[in-house]
Design a binder for this molecule. Structure first.
Ligand SMILES: [Fe+2]
Length: 343
């Protein structure tokens, strides 16, 4: 599997990085991250060019990183500044430096050629800066699954009735047609379930007594960020599409970072327009999301096992697969374009 390299991926939540060197793996590359004394994040290839020991096994000397084997020391740009016992430093004594940016308490890393990194392209939601919304970071969920299968799950409203029967779905949605919009840069799949009992999530957080109208909008940003806008409102309101802000509305955001061909990390968070000052609500929502996302994890890891065991089996395509199919095609094209632009 090849990966889209020219993109900003999430390296971690800001809180994950300190003066202790942290090792992460993205697209099979091991990367050492740490903060300088002034708090700036540094990301360097986690491999000493001398004997290949991971630099993350070394230590920080002020803002530099010292290899734990022979003491070769590299500055935050990746250039060697000291070789103990040797006066001259060869030009080749350098490790790759990755562009990083910290925004909205998230650390972003650019995996493409550094000269193409443009921080204006970092994902942003206007609700991050809206005082009527609460943003709350959840977990880093590790999947033994390739990231494409996880991403397509995040533009797929149809699985919810079957995979998440106690939290996000219920049988009332089984036969509701999924609509899609593939005309823009962001893929959208959605459906409304009108005049039905609330699902478990909204029983807990909406205080609904009667039937509700419920929506699920799945937005998939290339190459691997999903925003799921879901909510409910009393059926008697007969809410229109553009009036969703009047209901109880929650976004879950999933930042997928490919680790290898068969692993990825889903860092998820939520935003909500209700009870925004109540930390207990954040905690309770996390609990319910953990339950739901573990259900996805079980499904996707079982699929990966099956695909790894027997990769040449044919699968069939259904009407509900429109957005996932377009997603895979776009990823393929993005990778081809990158390969072509490098040759
Ligand atoms: Fe799911």
């Amino acid at each position: 599997m090849k990966f889209v390299r020219q993109a900003w991926y999430v390296a971690g939540w800001s809180s994950e990085f300190t003066r202790i060197i942290t090792r992460i793996t993205i697209m099979n590359e091991n990367i050492a991250l740490y903060r300088t004394k002034t708090g700036k994040i540094v990301a360097l290839q986690d491999r000493c060019p001398h004997k290949s020991l991971p630099l993350s096994m070394g230590r920080l000397i002020d803002d530099n990183i010292q290899c734990g084997y022979h003491g070769m020391t590299f500055n935050p740009e990746g250039y060697c500044v000291r070789i103990p016992g040797q006066g001259s430093i060869p030009r080749s004594a350098v490790v790759k430096n990755f562009p990083v940016q910290e925004k909205n308490d998230i650390v972003w890393i650019w995996m493409g050629p550094p000269e193409k990194a443009d921080e204006k392209e970092i994902f942003h939601l206007e609700e991050f800066d809206n005082s009527g919304w609460k943003s709350h970071q959840g977990d880093a969920l590790y999947f033994q699954s390739n990231y494409l299968n996880v991403a397509e799950n995040l533009v797929d409203p149809a699985h919810v009735s079957f995979v998440h029967p106690t939290t996000l779905g219920n049988p009332e949605s089984e036969n509701v047609t999924v609509k899609t919009d593939i005309s823009g840069e962001v893929l959208v799949a959605w459906r409304w379930i009108r005049d039905a009992p609330p699902v478990g999530f909204f029983k807990s957080f909406g205080n609904f007594t009667g039937n509700v109208d419920r929506w699920h909008y799945y937005y998939l940003y290339m190459p691997s960020i999903a925003v799921i806008d879901f909510g409910s409102a009393n059926t008697s309101w007969n809410l229109k599409e553009e009036e969703r802000h009047k209901g109880v509305r929650v976004f879950t955001v999933h930042f997928l970072t490919p680790v290898s061909e068969t692993e990825c990390i889903d860092r998820w968070m939520h935003l909500r327009n209700i009870q925004i000052d109540d930390e207990e609500v954040s905690r309770k929502m996390d609990e319910m999301f953990r339950l739901a996302f573990d259900e996805d994890k079980a499904i996707l890891e079982a699929i990966q096992q099956e695909e790894s065991r027997s990769s040449n089996q044919q699968t069939i395509s259904l009407a509900i697969d429109k957005a996932p199919n377009v997603y895979r095609l776009r990823i393929k094209r993005m990778i081809e374009n990158e390969v072509n632009s490098n040759t």
